[in-house]
Design a protein around this ligand. Structure first.
Ligand SMILES: Cc1cc2nc3c(=O)[nH]c(=O)nc-3n(C[C@H](O)[C@H](O)[C@H](O)COP(=O)(O)OP(=O)(O)OC[C@H]3O[C@@H](n4cnc5c(N)ncnc54)[C@H](O)[C@@H]3O)c2cc1C
Ligand code: SF4
Length: 329
């Protein structure tokens, strides 16, 4: 690993000012960034540690949402009573990720901005448009069995690895950021972008912007009561998703009154399943409706040579998840 300077920011303004210097990056828990530095994928000259900033609170928002500081550790977020009771799918998504030790280090801000696990991205001896724009995308013709089936481009077929982001896309949330041009709020879904012809940009964040907090939209108790996060992976623990589903449904009188659905590990960011939701609202809560909703969403999939299996897998996982939430045999 290349030598680098390390400093702790005293406050958000100091962190933003420090990162304005060339070659400087924010450091959260370091569980992704430091690995990428060891691989030579990231080569910062200076790290500004933002994990000790006073962004560690979890507070009530007027209207029923929650404000979560960007430095809150994944373990603490998953264990928080309000999260477990009012956003059980968020707690489940966090607990499905990584390991206990990693979750103790990983921060809310860093989790959202972790980079793709595409093997070419992590191998500096290979071309990769995301790492070196214009160098090509060997994954398209090469190893892509766990890469995107939705929203990919000629330039990049990577997936985003965060489980937490999938639950957030279903719930609805905003990230609060501060940067050289002041503060702003960015919606999730919407923070992560599709690759298009600029796959080097994972998100809509501008250079130097610091995530200070995450604000969860309120989730109606009737939705929270029937919500879950289901993750399919190649081994039982310590493994990234092959496909995941975050879902919440409200059912009354045998009819789906409302729903929230997002898919993970299928696109460049968490994928809100708007088409499936539109198909489900007002439909009878039957396996037939759940299958029709899954088909409405996955009908737009464009699998690659070796990842077509993810289309029926995502369909089946979504149908099974909805059937379980709906108590449908
Ligand atoms: C073996 C292993 C298994 C894993 N399995 C899973 C899994 O199954 N599911 C899953 O979701 N994740 C998994 N992870 C990834 C893990 O969740 C992430 O590494 C972690 O969430 C990143 O958080 P961090 O605070 O350590 O980020 P860091 O590594 O510190 O930073 C990540 C990126 O975010 C930037 N950054 C950090 N904080 C901020 C901020 N406040 N504002 C702006 N930029 C910021 C950094 O500059 C960097 O670019 C795994 C990791 C490992 C090593
Ligand atoms: S899929 Fe994206 S990250 Fe992977 S090699 Fe292609 S450009 Fe790089």
């Amino acid at each position: 690993m290349r030598p680098f300077a390390y400093e702790r920011a005293a406050d958000a303004a100091g962190a933003v000012a420090a990162v304005a210097q060339p070659g400087t990056m924010y450091l959260g828990g370091g569980t992704n960034l430091v690995d990428l530095m060891k691989l030579g994928v990231e080569t910062p000259e200076r790290l500004v540690d933002v994990s000790a900033l006073p962004h560690t609170g979890i507070e009530e928002l007027p209207g029923g949402g929650l404000r979560i500081g960007a430095a809150v550790r994944n373990s603490d977020l998953a264990a928080h009573r309000a999260v477990r009771e009012r956003y059980p799918l968020l707690a489940a998504s966090l607990l499905s990720g990584a390991s206990g030790q990693l979750r103790n280090m990983a921060t809310t801000g860093g989790n959202l901005l972790q980079r793709t696990r595409c093997s070419y991205f992590q191998d500096v001896s290979k071309p990769c448009n995301k790492r070196r724009p214009g160098s090509g995308c060997p994954a398209r013709e090469g190893e892509h069995h766990n890469l995107a089936i939705l929203g990919h481009s000629e330039a990049c077929v990577a997936t985003h690895p965060s489980d937490m982001a999938v639950a957030l896309a279903a719930i609805g949330a905003h990230v609060r950021v501060t940067g050289p041009d002041g503060e702003r709020s960015i919606a999730i879904p919407g923070l992560h972008r599709l690759p298009g012809d600029e796959p080097q940009r994972d998100t809509v964040l501008e250079p130097g912007e610091l995530i200070t907090a995450l604000e969860l939209d309120p989730l109606a108790p009737a939705l929270a009561a029937r919500s879950t996060y289901r993750k399919v992976r190649e081994r039982a623990s310590f493994s990234f998703a092959v496909v995941s589903v975050a879902a919440a449904v409200e059912i009354a009188g045998g009819v789906v009154r409302d729903c929230r659905i997002a898919l993970g590990a299928v696109a460049h960011g968490p994928w809100r399943a708007w088409r499936a939701e539109d198909a489900l609202r007002g439909a009878p809560a039957t396996r037939h409706s759940f299958a029709a909703a899954a088909d409405a969403e996955l009908g737009q999939a464009e699998p690659l040579r070796d990842n077509a299996f993810k289309v029926p897998l995502a369909r089946n996982v979504l149908v099974a998840t909805l059937a379980e939430l709906g108590g449908v045999a």
